[in-house]
Write a new protein. Sequence first.
Length: 107
Amino acid sequence: MQIILVGADSTEQRLDAVEGWRVMEIIRDHGFPIIAECGGACACGTCQVEVDLEWTAKLHEPREDELDMLDQNYANEWSRLSCQLIFTPEMNGLRLRIAPVALAVAA
Ligand code: FES
């Protein structure tokens, strides 16, 4: 099972994914720059990703605390906090990119 991480130059990286892991952990453990400052507590917004449009409706709805954090971090309709996305087999092939705001924090 994999997720597909799209870079700023549109190149795609296929990352092996493990059921039960946070998408944030999958990205971070493959060495990509995602800060995830709060460690997944939904309290920092530095793990923000933008999910491909085709995937937005397939993911569970964000909880209120995720929505609040996204509102504070320049989110758009494709934005999610990757720490709040727990990988399941149904998410195999999930395509996303690290949000520009999160990349800026990591730079
Ligand atoms: S790691 Fe802090 S909100 Fe996701």
